[in-house]
Design a protein around this ligand. Sequence first.
Ligand code: TRP
Ligand code: SF4
Length: 438
Amino acid sequence: MKIDPWSSTTYQDYTRLRDEFGIAEFSDDLWRDLPNPHRLLRRNVVFGHRDFDRIHEAVVHKKPWAILTGLMPSGRMHLGHKMVIDEVIYYQSIGADIFIAVADIEAFATRGYTLEETKKLALEEYISNYIALGLKPDKCHIYFQSENMFVKDLAFLLGKRVNWSQMLATYGFNNSTNMAHIFSPLIQTGDILHVQLKEFGGVRPTLVPVGVDQDPHIRLSRDIAQAHRIFNVTITKDGRIGVFVKVDSQIGELLDHAEKILKKLGFSHFERITDYKALYINDANESDIPHINEVFAQDEPVLCGYGFLQPCSTYHRFITGLTGDKMSSSKPESAIFLTDTPEQARKKIMHAKTGGAVTLEEQKKHGGLPDACVIYELFLYHLIEDDKELAGIYSDCKQGKLMCGQCKKQAAELMGSLLDDIAVKRKNIEDKLDDYLK
Ligand code: TRP
Ligand code: SF4
C-alpha cells in the first residue's frame, strides 16, 4: 500500500493504515489533561500521531511550541477543510504560535492553477472563513509559499539530504512528472521546518495537524530534519544512552562541547569513544532522551547547524460526503461549503445517505446504524459540542427511537445557524486580513 497525497482515494481502514505506516495511536493520555480538549480529539476523529508526546509535554510545562499547517487553494472550502482549522483554533487557545502556509506553488505545480487564481481563492474561500471561524491574529502568520524566501531557500538547501530514489519510492513519480511537482514536497518540507529558524521563533516542538494523505510529506520532513542534525541523541542496540556526532570534522571539539552541555544538565558519568564519535552517558535513562535531544537541538544554531527537531503530526479521519463517498469540492452535492446558504445546505442534508433502515417499521424494530450515517457524522465532527447529547442521539438511533427525518431536520437547523453565523462574521473581513498576512 502507498499513500498518494495528490490522489483522491478515500481511506476506510484507519487502523490498518496506522499500523502499516508506523503511525502511533492517539490514545487518551495524550489529550485528557489538555485544557478543554477539543471534540475532534475527544471523539477519536484524530486517530493517530507521530511524537505528539513532545507537544503534550510543551503544553503541560508551558514551553513554547508551534503549529504549521497548509491549505491547498483549489476549489471551495467545505466541511472537510474545516476540521484542520478547528484544531488549529483550539491549539491557538492553548498557547501555540500559528503558521499557515497557502500552498500556491503546490496548487500551481499539481493542479494547474495560476498563482493569481490561487491567491483569490485562498483569500475569499479559505482565509476569510478561518477568521470567521475564530482564528485570532495574535501570534498567527498566514503566508503564501511563493512569497516566502525562507521557505524557498530551505526547499533548495534541505534537498541536499534526500536522493532521487527516496523520492521515487515515496511518491511514485515517473518520467513525465513535471519538475515543479517533483519539487513540491521539498517546498512543503520548507513550510514545516522554517518555523524553527531563529527569524520565526527558533528551535521548538512543531505540530503539523493533517489528514492522513499528507503522511508521506511528514515522513520526508522528519527524515530531512534528522539528517541535518549535528548530534544524534539516542539509545543503542545494547541499551546505552549516547550522544553521537553526525558530521565528519572537529569531532573532538564537538564531543567536548557535548560534555559541557550534559554537565550543565546534571549528568556526570561519561564514557567517550572518539572512534565511534560517541559520548555515552552512564547516568541517563531512556526517558531522559527527549529532553536531552531538545537541549542539543536548541544549541545547534550556535554551531551553525539548523538543530531542527523532528516535526510532530496528528492525523484526522476524513469526513464522508453527503452522497456516501468522498466529500469533494468537485462534487457540490457531496459537500457542504462554508459559503453555502442555509437553504442550500438543508437540501443537501435532506438528500443525504443515512444509516436508516429501508422502512420506518424496520427502523423502529431494529434501529438505525449511526456508525454508517453521514448525518451522525455531521453531529460528531461539527454540530454537537455536548458529548452527552451526542451519546443520546447515538443510542436513540440504535434503539429505533429516533427516525431519520427528524434527525435530518435537526442537522439542517444546526448547520443553518452555523452557516449564518460565519456569513455574518465574514462581512468586512478585508479590513482585518493585514493582521494575519504578516
Ligand atoms: N499539501 C497540502 C495539501 O494538499 C498543503 C500543504 C502545503 C501543507 N504545505 C503544508 C500541509 C505544510 C501541511 C503542512 O493540502
Ligand atoms: Fe442517521 Fe439519525 Fe437516521 Fe440514525 S436516525 S440513521 S443518526 S439520520
